[in-house]
Design a protein around this ligand. Structure first.
Ligand code: PLP
Length: 428
């Protein structure tokens, strides 16, 4: 028997580390080690591991109502969570479709956008536009709109065609002074593309402010408003994939607030439950929702997952949102300030191309050692060195990033940055 571990090169990977307990920012292993979780366990844990308030909310809900079909039935945790999400996300998003994880939130968004135009009598609008370097998940639709080649290339024949627009940040990571110019050029490119494909595009999908798996690429914030304006001008839906950036990660509750823009469709998952249970939500406007209101069964959105709106996951999400309101967002600001101070010292190194941060996310892009990008050899080598010092960091190729849970103390966060500095010094 073996577990098939995701994203693991099986022939060469060391034996997986058995974790028995977790608390705050710490993972405690079966063989007595304690490891600092500096990536929030694949970007999900928000407050900290085993938060007692979330654990108690889960236990209460599990004893009252564990699971119920959401087609034709409803329950209090889902109703309350939908109300909370509508209240906290950008104005205009009024309807909530629950699913299970980031990829399903994106699949729902893509299918919703496609059927919206069919229901409106424009069946030719089936194309999607996304950005270079984007990542939206590992299912077929989400992979199709993703722009990172390494995750897609084996499956290329299974994917649908997507139009891609230049990334507003990729090419100018070295020259901050050129960012405004580049950002305007990318918004113009998007505008030109939508003009050329008039009547064919269902939606533009993007990860607002930070492209996660593509290398934690931080955007110039002006691009968001430019993309929204281009979509408005050509009457195309805008899908914001905030699976990674939602719930405070970028310093605002939702990255769209940096625009500020309201997308037509918003995808949420990962931190929605505090990262404790799988849950996702795809929110949309009255305009989109109303196109599905009909006596005609053919206009029904035939999409649903077994665990849609699971009551226990909804209860965890409600408690997580309450925690975010009870001082969580202030902690995001404190963590960002520490990141900023520590990155200053790294920015001068000859092998560092970029050291920047936004909210909880700090990124350090190193000069490529081999292939560059996700497959650069330096990534696994650095990960091994960090782990040997009891810090969990998983560089994306030549990009080292830190994404701590809010429970990480100042001292622990300094320790993470110390370890990064030490390892750079030793292998540099
Ligand atoms: N969208 C974004 C922006 C992501 O970062 C991810 C995962 O990292 C996904 C979608 C897919 O989420 P999941 O892994 O939960 O399917």
């Amino acid at each position: 028997m073996t577990i098939w571990h995701p994203y693991t090169q099986m022939a060469t990977a060391p034996a997986p580390i058995a974790v028995e307990r977790a608390e705050g920012a710490w993972l405690h292993t079966a063989d007595g080690r304690s490891i600092l979780d500096a990536i929030s366990s694949w970007w999900v844990i928000l407050h900290g591991h085993c938060n007692p308030r979330i654990a108690a909310a889960i236990a209460r809900q599990a004893a009252a109502l564990d699971q119920v079909i959401l087609a034709g039935f409803t329950h209090d945790p889902a109703e309350r969570l939908a109300r909370e999400l509508v209240g906290m996300t950008p104005p205009g998003l009024e309807h909530v479709f629950f699913s299970d994880d980031g990829s399903t939130a994106v699949e729902v968004a893509l299918k919703m956008a496609c059927q919206y135009w069919q229901n409106r009598g424009e069946p030719g609008r089936t194309r999607f536009v996304s950005l270079e370097g984007s990542y939206h998940g590992d299912t077929i639709g989400a992979m199709s709109v993703s722009g990172v080649d390494v995750f897609r290339r084996v499956f290329a024949k299974l994917l649908f065609d997507v139009e891609r627009v230049s990334n507003p940040c990729l090419a100018d990571v070295l020259e901050p002074s050129r960012r405004p110019e580049r950002q305007i050029a990318c918004a113009e490119e998007l505008d030109g593309l939508l003009a050329r494909l008039r009547g064919q595009v269902a939606a533009v999908i993007l990860e607002p402010m930070i492209q996660g798996a593509g290398g934690m690429i931080i955007w110039p914030r002006e691009f968001l408003a430019g993309a929204r304006a281009a979509c408005d001008r050509h009457d195309v839906l805008l899908i914001a994939d905030e699976v990674f950036t939602g719930f405070g990660r970028t310093g605002k509750l939702f990255a769209c607030e940096h625009g500020p823009v309201t997308p037509d469709i918003l995808c949420l998952s990962k931190a929605i439950t505090g990262g404790v249970l799988p849950l996702a939500a795809t929110l949309t406007t009255g305009r989109v929702y109303d196109a599905f209101l009909s006596e005609d069964r053919g206009r029904t959105f035939f999409h649903g997952h077994s665990f849609t709106g699971n009551p226990i996951a909804c209860a965890a999400a409600l408690e997580s949102i309450a925690l975010l309101r009870d001082g969580g967002m202030e902690r995001v600001g404190e963590i960002e300030a520490i990141h900023r101070a520590r990155l200053e010292a790294l920015a001068g190194r000859a092998d560092v191309l970029d050291a920047s941060c936004l909210g909880l996310v700090a990124r350090i892009e190193l000069r490529p050692h081999s292939a560059g990008g996700y497959l650069d050899d330096i990534g696994p080598r650095l990960a091994r060195e960090f782990l040997a010092r009891d810090v969990l960091l998983r560089p994306l190729g030549n990009v080292v990033y830190v994404l701590p849970p809010l429970a990480m103390t100042d001292d622990e966060l300094h320790r993470v940055h110390d370890v990064i500095t030490d390892v750079f010094r030793e292998i540099g």
